[in-house]
Design a protein around this ligand. Structure first.
Ligand code: FAD
Ligand code: NAD
Length: 406
């Protein structure tokens, strides 16, 4: 155990109020008393949002506000000191975090849970021309932009070929969930703006030889057939090599004209990780078994900023909310052990399965060994979404924000 000044309560500083940060903060209020520790949580906004729901507001099938909730409505802010501000940098030597507006905050223990940002793999034009921000404000921007394309249809004689073409980059889970929602939204927008349905084109462009690489082939086929029947065209085994103002260029030289590229080709950790000098791979730190950064006794890194190896498969687990929340529980227990004494736990993910929505009442998934299609998968997906609300805010939050599974 670290020798702490007994007169002074140790300070735990949590950065980011996403899945990892919120569950850590919540769990710490159970593991440690208010008189034993100061817990401070810093987040960019005064709200927490469900990153896992963002494909819905982005396509316009859910109100953006439904995905977010005030942090003070969910966490006990009499036990957790909440600071609304953006983290600018981490100074590991001085054990200090610099904020954009409110100066700096010292810590004894740091939990970095700052989430991810889009990975471009060096493709030019992504940050300039593609929609790549999976945040509440990013989702609003995508939704408004798509609707604007429809609203222009009858008012602009100079509508270009491609103005009503929508391109999704990457047929991973984010891309597939987003296009599923968009196929639900498009008929409604066509009706609202009197646009003939045949004017709309939707593409999903995937670099790998299959959509959802690594996922069960039967479920992948189910998803692709369903989406193709709703008007989606897949271009598989065909990386996007450039994004420009009015289109994308594919590896074989094909040009697709569009004003709307939604980028979903995977994630990297928060750049603050790299800037702080942690050894990392695409801004994700390969954490020790107890979730601390290597050679750092005082810094835990969880969620999308961390990298945990699946030893059976000999590759990293994909970054998910499922893992972030499980890490948060271990992280809180290990902080308790550091402060009050005891052994630190090793983190082992307990992967319950993967379920992805495809819009409307359709979804696919594997839970345990069971494959799920259609409405049963959709039921499961909604239950998973509600389960997290339950973990965070109990039945009250499920009543307020929960999804109807039927
Ligand atoms: P996040 O939940 O993203 O939270 C990061 C927090 O840090 C945010 O509140 C952000 O505002 C804050 N922040 C960022 N930078 C700063 C800064 N500089 N200063 C202050 N605050 C900052 N995973 C699943 O398990 N199941 C799913 O069904 C699923 N669906 C998904 C659907 C979509 C559309 C997307 C994009 C992802 C999905 N994922 C899913 C992945 C999952 O959302 C992430 O793995 C998870 O959100 C990671 O949790 P986190 O706590 O690391 O980060
Ligand atoms: P991903 O890595 O799962 O998929 C990205 C896809 O983009 C890959 O199939 C990749 O081959 C493709 N790609 C890469 N470069 C490309 C290029 N230049 N052109 C075309 N395609 C390209 O990433 P994601 O879908 O963004 O998801 C991020 C994380 O969130 C993953 O860990 C995922 O498992 C998780 N997630 C889970 C769910 C769910 O469980 N329902 C939903 C969404 C996201």
């Amino acid at each position: 155990m670290d020798v702490m000044d007994l007169e002074r309560k140790p300070t735990i500083l949590i950065l980011g109020a996403g899945y990892g940060g919120m569950v850590t903060a919540n769990q710490l209020t159970k593991e440690l008393g208010h008189n034993e520790v100061n817990v401070t949580l810093v987040n960019k906004h005064d709200y927490h949002y469900q990153t896992t729901w963002l494909h819905e507001p982005a396509a316009g099938t859910m109100e953006p506000d439904k995905t977010r909730m005030k942090i003070s409505d969910v966490l006990d802010t009499s036990k957790i000191n909440f600071i609304e501000d953006s983290v600018v940098s981490i100074n590991r030597e001085d054990k200090q975090v610099e904020l954009e507006n409110k100066g700096s905050v010292d810590y004894d223990y740091l939990v970095v849970a700052l989430g991810a940002q889009a990975e471009t793999f060096g493709v030019p034009g992504v940050y300039e021309y593609a929609y790549h921000k999976w945040t509440v404000n990013g989702a609003r921007e995508i939704k408004d932009h798509i609707e604007y394309q429809f609203s222009r249809y009858h008012n602009n004689e100079d509508m270009r070929n491609g103005d009503l073409t929508f391109v999704v980059a990457g047929a991973g889970f984010t891309g597939m969930e987003f296009i599923g929602e968009l196929t639900e939204r498009v008929p409604k927008l066509c009706e609202k703006y009197d646009v003939p349905r045949e004017k709309i084109k939707m593409y999903v462009i995937e670099a790998a030889p299959t959509a959802l690489p690594g996922f069960d082939p039967e479920l992948v086929e189910y998803a692709m057939n369903l989406l193709e029947n709703r008007g989606v065209e897949f271009k598989i085994n065909m990386p996007i090599s450039e994004v420009h103002e009015h289109g994308v260029t594919l590896k074989d030289g094909t040009e697709i004209n569009t004003n709307t590229v939604v980028w979903a080709t995977g994630v990297r950790g928060n750049p603050i990780i790299e800037e702080a000098g942690f050894e990392s791979n695409r801004a994700r730190v390969k954490v020790d078994k107890d979730l601390r950064a290597p050679d750092h006794e005082d810094v835990f890194i969880i969620g999308d900023c961390s990298l945990v190896i699946n030893e059976e498969a000999d590759r990293p687990y994909p970054p998910t909310a499922q893992i972030a929340m499980q890490q948060a529980v271990t992280c809180a227990k290990n902080l308790r052990a550091l402060i009050k004494g005891g052994d630190l736990e090793e983190f082992t993910p307990d992967i319950k399965g993967t379920v992805a929505s495809l819009g409307g009442k359709e979804a696919i998934g594997i839970v345990g060994n069971k494959k799920l299609f259609g409405t049963s998968a959709n039921f499961m997906k909604k239950m998973i979404d509600n389960r997290y609300l339950w973990i965070l805010g109990g039945p009250g939050l499920v009543m307020k924000k929960g999804k109807n599974p039927f």
